[in-house]
Design a protein around this ligand. Structure first.
Ligand code: PBG
Length: 326
């Protein structure tokens, strides 16, 4: 059928028609809020991410309470600490910053929210890499695996429903699964950062988490943004190793991969709108160049439309409030 019989505008005529025929929904329960927790006793604004702060334990519990009230799907915890050493020991400490925050938050919100912990070493190593280093300064993949597994186990013991390894070491999902099972934690799920490009869009995060590599960059372990076949291989490997759900990031630069991973591999996929994506919208909106609310909701909807069931976004709490008001 062609014009004049076919008039797609008929279904766009009113808000009610548009709502009835919308193919993609965006609900508070689809959103996951990343939060930065530090061991101090104040709230520290993150310079590159206006509106985002490093939270002390009380503020983190308060944030979680608000997230539960507004019906968010979950929160994803990142630790920030000055306790760093060559092997990132504080990542796996039972009294570590993420472990303590998990216990506080669980006491506050019970099971209303899914609690996730980012599993990586970069915020805990004094060199800022996601794994331990060999004598020649290379990231030692296999020596890193037991440390990641121990970190995941301690996060699970502290109450994480899901651990989310973001380090990009080969074999980490299998190592973490084996570690959790051996520790009597077979119910803890793994949501792996399966497709994670070495991206310029993580810049503001590294300020927030104090996790920039002091030497070199992460291209030796994170993926080349030029690659999509490799993205499918990476995701398939994680599934084979026991991942329960997958993360693709950054989100807007990787909509094609969110689509391919979700449609070809049939796993729950989360798109992570990373710190640089957040900062872009905030900067343009502050300059009067973008309608902030419209830009945020359109971006999150696009990530869902590409195939992500859930979206990890620093705008989660605010977006959920907007969605409730609509
Ligand atoms: C830790 C980690 C990073 C992000 C999530 N987990 C930083 C990095 O890999 O350098 C980035 C998240 C963001 O930019 O919002 N490895």
């Amino acid at each position: 059928m062609t014009f004049p019989n076919s008039r797609p505008r008929r279904l766009r005529r009113t808000p009610a028609l548009r709502a009835l025929f919308a193919e993609t929904s965006l609900n508070p329960g689809d959103l996951i809020a990343p939060i930065f927790v530090h061991g101090g006793s104040d709230v520290q604004p993150v310079a590159g991410m206006p509106g985002v702060s490093r939270l002390d334990f009380d503020s983190a519990a308060g944030f979680a309470e608000q997230a539960a009230e507004v019906g968010l799907g979950g929160i994803l915890l990142f630790g920030v600490t000055s306790e760093k050493d060559a092997v990132g020991s504080s990542a796996k400490a039972a009294g570590g910053v993420v472990q303590t925050a998990l216990q506080r938050i669980r006491a506050e919100v019970g099971n209303q929210l899914v609690l996730m912990a980012d599993t990586c070493l970069c915020a805990y190593t004094d060199h800022g890499h996601c794994g331990v280093l060999t004598d020649s300064g290379e990231v030692d993949n296999d020596a890193t695996l037991p440390l990641l597994a121990a970190t995941a186990v301690s996060q699970a013991r502290a109450g994480a429903d899901i651990v989310a390894p973001s380090d990009m070491m080969d074999g980490r999902v299998a190592a973490i699964r084996a570690g959790l099972d051996a520790a009597g934690l077979p119910e803890t799920a793994i949501m792996s950062y399966a497709v994670k490009h070495a991206s310029a869009f993580y810049g503001p995060f590294r300020d927030a988490a104090d996790s920039s590599p002091s030497q070199g960059d992460r291209r030796g372990y994170q993926m080349d943004p030029a690659n999509s076949q490799e993205a499918i291989r990476e995701a398939a490997l994680d599934i084979g190793e026991g991942a329960d759900a997958l993360i693709v990031k950054p989100a807007l630069p990787s909509l094609d991969l969110i689509h391919r991973v979700s449609s070809e591999l049939g796993m729950p996929v989360s798109g992570y709108a990373v710190s640089g994506e957040y900062a872009m919208i905030e900067a343009a909106a502050a300059n009067g160049q973008l309608d902030r609310r419209a830009a945020v909701l359109e971006s999150l909807t696009a990530i869902r439309r590409a195939g992500a069931g859930t979206v990890i976004t620093y705008h989660a709490l605010e977006a959920a409030r907007w969605l409730q008001d609509q």
